[in-house]
Design a protein around this ligand. Structure first.
Ligand SMILES: C[S@@+](CC[C@H](N)C(=O)[O-])C[C@H]1O[C@@H](n2cnc3c(N)ncnc32)[C@H](O)[C@@H]1O
Length: 272
């Protein structure tokens, strides 16, 4: 039997195959539009952006291109720390929330662009920036092209946040609801592909301990429901019991969830 050599492995192809097997398949702009408001609500108080920005160490003079910016999880706090943020996303609803929040906070140095990963960015007025960022947003068929594109548009650094294992999904909840969870490719594909591309990437990890508490058990359960499509009444019931079993009540009568698996993101960066 012929032995497989490291150089024979096509990490881009493995990534594509792993994506095909994912339980939660990639979504188009309409799906992200529908998820925009709840995504914003879930992420507005998350420790994620603080931890990401701490690793990034932004400089006042930087221009940043934030690809798959969502409702501005990073674009909004970064705008106060850098010269300019260009926020790009294919979901108009995500961009609308970002724009509304920027107006509310009187932030004037963010420009938004309704573009997808595969659009011709140059034609959409996008030029190279000091730093390109793709945070939790490399939802593409061709990972190599996306990494090459980010590198081409960066003058100083390229930064991505990629899932570690199940990422924000809770495998215990899937087990109890009775559904199979196939999480698709995680950061290890990206790291290996970058190595094959001759890029020496550095890596750190962002664990997201849930520090949020919810005013009611129902809201704590709601913070889990986004993980599943079309829950039946029976599945919903099982999910509720599970969330209840990992929830404690604070002295103020609020509900805190304690997950067995801490959702973790890989923070990967390199110089172009
Ligand atoms: C999980 S959210 C991440 C948002 C933000 N970067 C963060 O870390 O909170 C993923 C975002 O990527 C966007 N997205 C997904 N696929 C995309 C594509 N092909 N082109 C542009 N944006 C895309 C979605 O609309 C969504 O706003």
């Amino acid at each position: 039997m012929k032995e497989t050599q490291l150089k024979d492995i096509d990490w881009n192809l493995l990534w594509q195959k792993a994506r095909e097997e994912k339980t939660r398949r990639s979504k188009g702009p309409d799906d992200w539009d529908r998820r925009a408001a709840p995504f914003f609500k879930r992420n507005i108080h998350s420790v994620y952006s603080k931890k990401f920005i701490k690793l990034l160490k932004p400089e006042k003079s930087w221009t940043i291109l934030d690809i798959g910016c969502g409702p501005g999880t990073l674009a909004l706090p970064l705008a106060r720390r850098v010269k300019k943020v260009t926020a790009l996303d294919f979901s108009p609803k995500m961009l609308a929330i970002l724009e509304q929040q920027a107006r509310k906070k009187e932030i004037l140095n963010i420009s938004t662009h309704n573009l997808s990963w595969t659009d011709a960015w140059g034609e959409g007025g996008i030029t190279p920036h000091d730093v390109t960022i793709a945070s939790r947003s490399i939802a593409v068929e061709d990972l190599r092209s996306a990494l090459e594109k980010m590198t081409k548009y960066a003058k100083k650094s390229v930064v991505i946040a990629d899932r570690v294992g199940h990422g924000p999904l809770d495998p215990e909840a899937y087990k109890i609801v009775g559904r199979e969870l196939k999480t698709g490719p995680d950061y290890i594909y990206t790291i290996n592909l970058l190595y094959q591309m001759g890029i020496q990437a550095k890596i750190d990890f962002i664990p997201i301990e849930d520090t949020q508490s919810y005013p009611s058990l129902n809201e704590a359960v709601e913070s889990y429901e986004w993980m599943f499509h079309d829950l039946t009444a029976d599945e919903k019931n099982r999910l509720k019991k599970y969330v209840q079993s990992i929830t404690t009540t604070t002295s103020e009568g609020r509900f805190s969830i304690h997950r067995k698996h801490v959702p973790t993101w890989a923070y990967i960066w390199w110089h172009p």
